[in-house]
Ligand binder design. Structure first.
Ligand SMILES: Nc1ncnc2c1ncn2[C@@H]1O[C@H](COP(=O)(O)OP(=O)(O)OP(=O)(O)O)[C@@H](O)[C@H]1O
Ligand SMILES: [Mg+2]
Length: 242
């Protein structure tokens, strides 16, 4: 069974088909890259999957369950986690405090709460041990992004959705983030991930397969090396992949 199965998904804004008839399968253990030019519909697709917006048509199955009409809270409870582009950490609190606070159960049905032991594990994963007592406002951009990721990880997602996780990062920070995603997978902390990125070097490091979007539709799919030789993909990216 796929972790995620998207079928015939569509979303129109006004007259604009932001996402049109998209099929997408993500298997257990898979890191799936989502690429495409600006306005191709990548963020809209991610938000449809997470439930921040409702599709006009099509379906979304998560671990075999139809979640098409379920709200974000239900999908999060079932194991979806979205790492936003916008940083939502509390600048006045330390790294450790942010993690403890951000990890508070978001709904009353969850009886288990996150404790310091789990926070320690995540601090190690996102490599913030050296700055754990520093206030978040004093962190560098890459460190803040890793803190944001840590806060999402503490909600124990099994499917991690990331929208341009390396935007604003240096090349070294991007590589570190790629390493973190690989660790999450190899340690079985997550079942799968979907990564939206313009940074093709990063995609090359983390993604087993990619889906290329163009004006709301799927233009191509497969391993990045195959996809980048597709003439239609090259035309859509205007040679940006090389
Ligand atoms: N809430 C909205 N209302 C109206 N139009 C929208 C809305 N959200 C997205 N769009 C439009 O839908 C299209 C797809 O947008 P989307 O943000 O999904 O693209 P994207 O692939 O993430 O682009 P980028 O790489 O620039 O982030 C764009 O034309 C955008 O202007
Ligand atoms: Mg986007």
């Amino acid at each position: 069974m796929s972790v995620l199965s998207v079928s015939g998904l569509g979303k129109t804004f006004g007259g604009l088909k932001a996402v049109a008839n998209v099929d997408l399968e993500v298997e257990r253990g898979e890191m799936h890259g989502l690429i495409g030019a600006n306005g191709a519909g990548k963020t809209t697709l991610l938000h449809l999957i997470y439930g921040r917006i409702r599709p006009d048509r099509g379906s979304i199955h998560f671990n075999g369950t139809d979640v098409t009409l379920l709200p974000v809270t239900a999908r999060a409870r079932m194991g979806m986690g979205l790492v936003f582009q916008i940083i939502s950490v509390f600048d006045g609190l330390s790294v450790n405090e942010n993690l403890l606070l951000g990890a508070l159960p978001k709904d009353s049905t969850r009886s288990d709460s996150v404790d310091q032991i789990e926070v320690e594990k995540v601090i190690e994963l996102v490599d913030l041990g050296a700055v754990r007592d520093r206030s978040a406002g004093k962190l560098g951009h890459g460190e803040k992004q890793r803190l944001e990721m840590g806060m999402v990880l503490l909600t124990r997602p099994t499917l991690l959705l990331l929208d341009e996780p390396t935007s604003g990062m240096t090349q070294a920070e991007s590589r570190r983030t790629a390493g973190l995603l690989q660790t999450l997978r190899s340690e079985g902390a997550i079942d799968a991930a979907i990564v939206v990125e313009h940074n093709i070097e990063f995609i090359r490091l983390v993604a087993d397969r990619v889906t290329v979007m163009h004006r709301g539709t799927v233009l191509a799919g497969g391993p990045i090396d195959e996809v980048q030789n597709d003439p239609a993909v090259q035309a859509s990216f205007l040679g940006r992949l090389h």
